[in-house]
Design a protein around this ligand. Sequence first.
Ligand code: NDP
Ligand code: GUE
Length: 286
Amino acid sequence: MAQLIDGKAVAARVRAEVKSEVARLQAERGLIPGLAVVRVGDDPASQVYVAGKKKAAEEVGFRSWEHHRDSSISQDELLALVHRLNEDPAVHGILVQLPLPRHLDADAILSSVRPEKDVDGFHPLNAGSLLLGRPATRACTPLGVMRLLEEVGCEPAGKNAVVVGRSNIVGKPMALMLLQRNATVTLCHSKSDLPAEVSRADILVVAVGVRELIKGAWVKPGAVVIDVGMNRKEDGKLVGDVEFTAAAERASFITPVPGGVGPMTIAMLIRNTLEAAMRGVTPPSH
Ligand SMILES: NC(=O)C1=CN([C@@H]2O[C@H](COP(=O)(O)OP(=O)(O)OC[C@H]3O[C@@H](n4cnc5c(N)ncnc54)[C@H](OP(=O)(O)O)[C@@H]3O)[C@@H](O)[C@H]2O)C=CC1
Ligand SMILES: Nc1nc(=O)c2c([nH]1)NC[C@@H]1CN(c3ccc(C(=O)N[C@@H](CCC(=O)O)C(=O)O)cc3)C=[N+]21
């Protein structure tokens, strides 16, 4: 029977570390980290996540702002908002909540955030730096997963790590971070033979968004299973992408949903914002 990985508890510890750093920064340098979150439209899930981010930011002593805009906002208006936040010295981190309405060009918006303020790690410069193995802001969800692996003493070097899902925000950066730590990485997607690939995984990270896609019977005995998926059932409860009960019978460690990766994503966002504030911001080039 697997041991549960308590992401909620680890996340609380990360936030507590940040909170004491914030107190020190304020006392020594008079500096208060600031996080600006941009939310467009009325997606109920986004509303919940953004509220969670704001609450965490305030709890650790950051300044935080939520800029909520109607879904009818134009590309130019949204770019102008990001530009204003780019220029605002009180703002050290900017997060544009995804998904954006279809009429907006999300790539162009994410690319318009100053890389130094891109606490999501989604700017091409930060994403590219991960690919090249250079220091840069890393995407929060995979960063949180790496921290959870560390917490349970799971050393990726030499292990078979299988990542299911190849999105730019989770799957791809996850595969790169595991590769950087010398795992042998397989990145799966909708054309992969999942039962065959999953059954070889010593470390399995699943980020698809299909309820209980990964069957417990596919899990290699002793594997560490990280479930990033978040799917809402008809009764309103959240479930992951992994058949939890059956997988827990074979895994050595497994994350629950909720209470696993989700809280870590927010904790890493908070840490990325602290780091952005500590680095400071170079003045605009014009
Ligand atoms: N806990 C957290 O902090 C976070 C949770 N999430 C959750 O993680 C999940 C994934 O999110 P995100 O990465 O944005 O997802 P995307 O929708 O962007 O990508 C989904 C990926 O899953 C693959 N996929 C879809 N169906 C299958 C299938 N049947 N078999 C194998 N692969 C499949 C797709 O493959 P292909 O490329 O071939 O189409 C794609 O690569 C969602 O449930 C989301 O809510 C996301 C971010 C943070
Ligand atoms: N620019 C941007 N950055 C993101 O980081 C980003 C985003 N857009 N869009 C959506 C996804 C999703 N995401 C989550 C954050 C917290 C939880 C979380 O805290 N989950 C709780 C449960 C919350 C609940 O009960 O609904 C848990 O798993 O325990 C989940 C998912 C960040 N995302």
